[in-house]
Ligand binder design. Structure first.
Ligand code: ADP
Ligand code: MG
Length: 567
């Protein structure tokens, strides 16, 4: 080895390694899933790159992953003939965490949270999970198409630094040798490895092979020394999961596949698998995760589906096929309607993309609608992604009604901060004569709940939606009605309770207004230019006065957002 240098891991990597080793101990077998997942990704990338340049296969186009072990040495080796890495790739990929926002996220974790395996899983535990079972890892790799002399060897004990050196490497692709810790030597075992491959990697299209060593036998049935022959046996199913018929697939297989495509550690909440033939031809498999990725609100956070064209991997995070408000959906789209050499730029111009997008959007919304039948799971979804879905009515006019049906709110009916009431629930409880859906927007749940604007509603037993998410005013400015009933902000404009109030009540109010004319004049004079108008109201039952915005005025929240944006 030449040109050897020792480099330090990026601080985030060190933190992550530390957290991972301690929090994932009881799940440590997942290291194999991660290594195979990376090998499969590398094969996908080579197949894609070779579409333009067959020579990249270097005469070996039978993509595969091989797993070997050495019981005596205590090693497990995972090898692929995929795209491989050059020196710069190795330093970038196996020395840093490229995802933006990682450092801040890690800093925010409390001591308790750091022990939570699922939180660590938000990063996709990835390559570094090897250090849960290994006290040293050696990676030998060469980028497909490079000369043999441009191989790279990476070594690390996972403690803070790693070394890289140039090596000769005849074959392209990557070989990872895990030197198992004393207490993890159980993994250097044929049976154990095979069952893990089946458990975690059946759904991967690339064959995962393991060697079977056989010795010839003499006439008496005894093994002949020195007659070993090795045959490679494919251990996994090796068909892309989404290609297989639904009836053949188990929940466990769907879940395992999710972890591979989403680089997630937790199980998904639900999924939807569809084959479509006709004008458009595609297969989609969409998942709803159970956890938010840490970069859900980052501008450049990963989003979109994994795109395949006729089973050939094209790109990760193809974001053109789902609207932004469904950016939490993960999954695969495999289509015949696009050409193999499609690029991100071409995707933006292709009218078929728009058609597939609208079909996938419907699928995703239907999948969420189905999930509502499982209230507990839906609540988990809503708590995790509800405020993203609330962007929907503004972004997707055509599906406004469907999205409205999926929204959940806190209301005066339950008076708790949990957003678990649907608009249909609300409508079902409407008072006789009530024609509108009432809501209030405030800075926090408690401010909403104790607003004086609610006094009359509480007195009359009329339910009001209590909105306090940052996005809520934006949402309500794009939702005008549900089930034929208009939305009314109880803090704005004239309060018209319509048919709920009897004629007598209305008359009494008018009389009060007349009787208090003088008071109104004096208050108006005292407040001067501070207010537009002073009126007698029947909004209040206990409080003497409150501030009301004109009907078409921007709300408090929006004003603050505009101010923050310097407007
Ligand atoms: P992820 O797979 O989510 O990107 P990992 O930690 O698993 O994260 O891997 C980090 C990166 O290292 C990968 O994105 C890839 O670029 C590179 N890598 C890991 N394993 C391999 C491999 N077997 N072949 C080629 N590149 C690999
Ligand atoms: Mg990975």
């Amino acid at each position: 080895a030449t040109h050897e240098e020792t480099l330090g891991f990026q601080t985030e990597v060190k933190q992550l390694l530390h957290l991972m080793i301690h929090s994932l101990y009881s799940n440590r077998e997942i290291f194999l899933r991660e290594m195979i997942s990376n090998g499969a990704d590398a094969c996908d990338k080579l197949r894609y790159a070779a579409l333009d340049n067959d020579a990249l296969y270097e005469g070996d186009s039978e993509l595969r992953i091989e797993i070997e072990h050495d019981h005596d040495a205590g090693t497990v080796t995972i090898r692929d003939n995929g795209i491989g890495m050059n020196r710069d790739d190795v330093i970038a990929n196996l020395g840093t965490i490229a995802k933006s926002g990682t450092a801040e996220f890690l800093k925010q974790l409390s001591g308790e949270q750091q022990k939570d395996a699922k939180l660590i899983g938000q990063f996709g535990v990835g390559f570094y999970s090897g250090f849960i079972v290994a006290d040293e890892i050696t990676v030998r790799t060469r980028r497909a198409g490079d000369e043999a002399g441009r191989g790279v060897e990476w070594r690390s004990k996972g403690e803070g630094e790693f070394s890289v050196a140039d090596i000769e490497r005849e074959v392209h692709g990557t070989e990872i040798v895990l030197h198992l810790k004393e207490d993890a030597r159980e993994f250097a075992d044929d049976f154990r490895l095979k069952s893990l491959v089946r458990k975690y990697s059946d759904h991967i299209e690339v064959p995962v092979r393991m060697p079977r060593v056989e010795k010839a036998r003499d006439e008496d049935g005894n093994e002949i020394e020195g007659s070993e022959t090795t045959t490679w046996e494919t251990v996994n199913e090796a068909t892309a999961l989404w290609v297989r018929p639904k009836s053949e697939l188990t929940d466990e297989e769907y879940k395992a596949f999710y972890k591979h495509v989403a680089h997630d550690f937790s199980d998904p909440l639900t999924w939807s698998h569809n084959k479509v033939e006709g004008k458009l031809e595609y297969t989609s498999l969409l998942y709803v995760p159970s956890r938010a990725p840490f970069d859900l609100y980052e501008r450049d956070g990963a989003r979109g589906v994994k795109l395949y064209v006729q089973r050939v991997f094209i790109m990760d995070d193809a974001e053109q096929f789902l609207p932004l408000y469904l950016r939490f959906i993960k999954g695969v789209l495999d289509t015949r309607d696009l050409s193999l050499n499609v690029s991100r730029e071409l995707l933006q111009q292709d009218p078929k993309v728009e058609k597939i997008k609208s079909a996938l959007t419907k699928r995703a919304l239907d999948m969420l609608q189905k999930l509502t039948k499982d209230p507990e799971a839906y609540q988990t979804f809503w708590n995790t992604f509800g405020s993203v879905l609330k962007e929907g009515p503004a972004e997707d006019f055509a599906n406004r009604d469907k999205i409205a049906g999926l929204l959940r709110f806190a209301t005066t009916h339950t008076d708790t901060a949990t957003q678990d009431q649907s608009l249909a629930d609300y409508v079902g409880r409407m008072k006789e004569g009530q024609e509108k859906i009432y809501y209030i927007v405030a800075d926090g749940f408690n401010a909403a709940k104790s607003s004086p604007h609610l006094e009359i509603f509480r007195k009359k037993g009329i339910e009001v939606l209590l909105l306090s998410d940052r996005i809520d005013e934006w949402l309500m400015s794009h939702l005008t009605e549900f089930d034929g009933k208009a939305f009314v902000d109880v803090a704005k404009g004239e309060l018209d309770l319509g048919e709920i109030e009897g004629e007598e009540e209305k008359k009494a109010q008018e009389e009060t207004a007349k009787a208090k004319q003088d008071l109104v004049k004096r208050v108006k004079a005292a407040l001067g230019a501070e207010v537009q108008e002073v009126k007698v109201t029947h909004r209040l039952t206990d409080s003497p006065a409150c501030v009301v915005l004109p009907e078409h005025e921007m709300g408090f929240q929006m004003r603050r957002i505009m101010e923050a944006a310097g407007q």
